[in-house]
Design a binder for this molecule. Structure first.
Ligand code: NAD
Ligand code: MG
Length: 390
């Protein structure tokens, strides 16, 4: 059966890979709506190729510009801002929404899609980090399917098939360790934005690439796994696995461990989320184990990568703490990318923001947005005090 898709964030790294899969399977998927930020040149190319009924951009100025860039004949409806994102996420013709916007900005559109009864392919991990219990409740209440796109969670999802959650002893999330796996703490203080953007195994958007370098990405993924698989945090362990071949594992009560392996390429987990339970061609390079020189695993160094510890703490503190941690991280990453704070200031800024926060109960998406705002304001202010305002 033909599946109609909305891709939120189609010009991003996940968005582009998603459209590659769609283009390879015109018999299975069609595009109903696309949304982008400011990369209008690429967006025009995507619109011409996939002919969506609705195209959404960030603001009114971009909407006007986009309209001028597209020929009148066959031009889709053009909308902008949150209203546009929600329209794309809830359009009646849509079966599945690919949530591939980065950061807490994905929260409201993704929640709207669930409430409109759409199945979700979830890349935007920040939604589960900030509002995990609210999202999982919405998923249950509206009877929609939520498929993980994050490679680790796709691996866990695949390793869980045919098994019972109650038989899990632990979930082992693998982490590449990022570009600074073997960098000393002294050197970490001086690394540049370019160094941090240079990920050894994965090519991704800027924010998640920095998150991978600080290992906050793995922290966010621990929280994501906690909600997706309804597991207690003590049962989630992180192993550094620099080759990124095993994408994660599940250990069962009988001592058996089931893992999912593959060449690191996001097209594989994206395709599985789109086509579940079918497996479809992705063009991902086949894994030849005889070409590998070895697979290694070790424990993360929490002294050099305190962000991972902060994520476990946020889970323990619960309530609004993960949302505040996520907001502070978004601010800190932005500040680092702008050259205003150093790499090691990132976890410091997050920790100080968390120290100052009194967790409050989150009953609604509005509450989550408020906690997010608090975290953003506090950490931005802190950053100026740290001398990062010049
Ligand atoms: P990206 O920066 O490459 O793309 C983000 C997309 O969202 C772009 O289309 C951008 O225009 C849009 N966007 C950004 N801010 C927006 C806003 N405020 N309003 C509307 N649109 C906005 O990011 P990415 O690497 O594709 O990551 C997307 C999400 O997927 C993130 O949550 C990330 O953690 C997750 N993820 C990515 C990868 C990966 O390999 N890239 C892997 C696992 C999970
Ligand atoms: Mg991941």
């Amino acid at each position: 059966m033909m599946k109609s898709l909305t891709v939120l964030g189609s010009t991003g790294s996940i968005g582009r890979s998603t459209l590659d899969i769609v283009a390879a399977h015109p018999d299975r998927f069609r595009i109903e709506a696309l949304t982008a930020g400011t990369n209008l040149d690429l967006f025009v190319t995507q619109i011409s190729k996939f002919s969506p009924s609705l195209a959404v951009v960030l603001d009114e100025a971009s909407a006007k510009k986009l309209s001028q860039m597209l020929p009148a004949k066959g031009r889709p409806e053009i909308m902008f801002g949150l209203e546009g994102l929600v329209a794309a996420a809830t359009a009646s013709a849509v079966d599945m929404v690919v949530a591939a916007i980065v950061g807490a900005a994905g929260l409201v559109p993704t929640a709207s899609a669930i409430m409109a009864g759409k199945d979700i392919a979830l890349a935007n991990k920040e939604t589960l980090v900030t509002a995990g219990h609210i999202f999982m409740d919405l998923v249950k209440k509206h009877g929609v399917k939520l498929y993980p796109v994050d490679s680790e969670h796709s691996a866990i999802f695949q390793s869980l098939e045919g098994h019972r959650n109650s038989d899990i002893r632990k979930i082992i999330l693998t982490a590449s360790g990022g570009p600074f796996l073997n960098t000393s703490l002294e050197t970490l203080k001086k690394v540049t934005v370019q160094d941090a953007l240079n990920h050894p195994n994965w090519s991704m958007g800027k924010k998640i690439t920095i998150d991978s370098a600080t290992m906050m990405n793995k922290g966010l993924e621990v929280i994501e796994a906690r909600w997706l698989f309804d597991t207690s945090p003590e049962k989630i362990e992180v192993n550094i696995h620099p080759q990124s071949i095993i994408h994660s594992m599940v250990e069962y009560l009988d001592g058996c461990v089931i893992a999912q392996l593959g060449t690191p390429d996001m097209k594989a987990p994206i395709a599985y989320a789109l086509s579940y339970p079918a497996r479809i061609a992705t063009g991902v390079k086949a894994l030849d184990l005889t070409e590998l020189s070895g697979l290694t695993f070790f424990r993360p160094d929490l002294l050099r990568f305190p962000a991972l510890k902060l994520a476990y703490r946020a889970l323990t503190d619960g309530e609004s703490m993960p949302a505040v941690m996520n907001a502070a991280n978004e601010v800190a990453v932005e500040m680092f990318l702008e050259g205003r704070i150093s790499f090691t200031d990132i976890p410091l800024l997050i920790e100080k923001t968390m120290d100052a926060h009194q967790p409050v109960r989150l009953g609604s998406i509005a509450d989550v947005l408020q906690a997010d705002l608090w975290g953003r304001r506090y950490s931005a202010e802190l950053c100026s005090k740290m001398g990062g305002s010049n």
